[in-house]
Design a protein around this ligand. Structure first.
Ligand code: TZP
Ligand code: MG
Length: 228
């Protein structure tokens, strides 16, 4: 049975740090974002211990399941297994893609962070379901990012994927918000492959009203920009 098509168009990546989440409850923020229209959720928590990751992941999964939206876990294949969610998002320094696939199976969604053509090629050929491409713009949310690729770098990567006909979905990330999301989509989509989605952290997780912020972003993602 082929795995179901995932809508990556507005992809929420969570953050549990006080600088972004403040005093808010992560489950409430994620549910508000789901109401507003996010289409995919990644639980990304770099500071909690394993027990908290599993407990919070299970709570989040109960919520995302009600909205029929996939939940992926950042970094940790073991936590994804324990939660029983739809998949995992791994970076270049995490468990490698073939091993993650072996553990989670063919039906799992596996995304890989990639910021240059060599990483893109390895992940695409290795059977990643989607690529998290970035960092598009510098962002305070993730410091020490290896490379800022800009919209130009993103476009180059999309052209390469199209030229090679790699059957991998594409999501970009880094510094994207309501004021630049249309431009990112418009400028990066060209003759080659179009982006399948845009991932945001602070634009939703740090918003005073995450539901309204998600609604606005979802509308911008769906509607062609006025200057296209
Ligand atoms: N990977 C590359 S940039 C980034 C991650 C997880 C953080 C993006 O956060 P924001 O707040 O959407 O700029
Ligand atoms: Mg990682």
């Amino acid at each position: 049975m082929p795995k179901p098509e995932v809508d990556y168009s507005l992809y929420l990546v969570t953050d549990s740090t006080p600088a972004i989440l403040g005093n808010a409850d992560i489950c409430e923020v994620v549910e508000a974002a789901l109401k507003g229209g996010v289409t995919c959720v990644q639980y990304r928590d770099k500071t909690s211990d394993t027990g908290v990751l599993v407990a919070t992941g299970r709570k989040l999964h109960q919520i995302t399941q009600r909205y029929n939206i996939p939940l992926l876990i950042n970094d940790r294949v073991d936590v994804a297994l324990a939660v029983g969610c739809e998949g995992v998002h791994i970076g270049q320094d995490d468990l490698d893609l073939p091993t993650a696939r072996k553990i989670l199976g063919e039906d799992a969604i596996i995304g890989v962070t990639a910021s240059n053509i060599a990483e893109i090629e390895a992940a695409a050929r290795g059977g990643a379901d989607y690529l998290g491409i970035g960092t598009v713009f510098a962002t305070a949310t993730k410091e020490n990012t290896k490379s800022i690729i800009g919209v130009e770098g993103l476009q180059e990567i999309l052209l390469k994927i199209a030229a090679e006909k790699w059957p991998v979905k594409t999501v970009c990330i880094g510094g994207i918000n309501a004021s630049n999301i249309s431009r990112v989509i418009w400028q990066s989509n060209g003759k080659g492959k179009s982006l399948d989605g845009v991932a945001v952290v602070s634009a939703i997780m740090a918003a005073r009203d995450p539901e309204a912020a998600s609604k606005e972003l979802a509308q911008l993602v769906k509607s062609p920009p006025a200057f296209a």
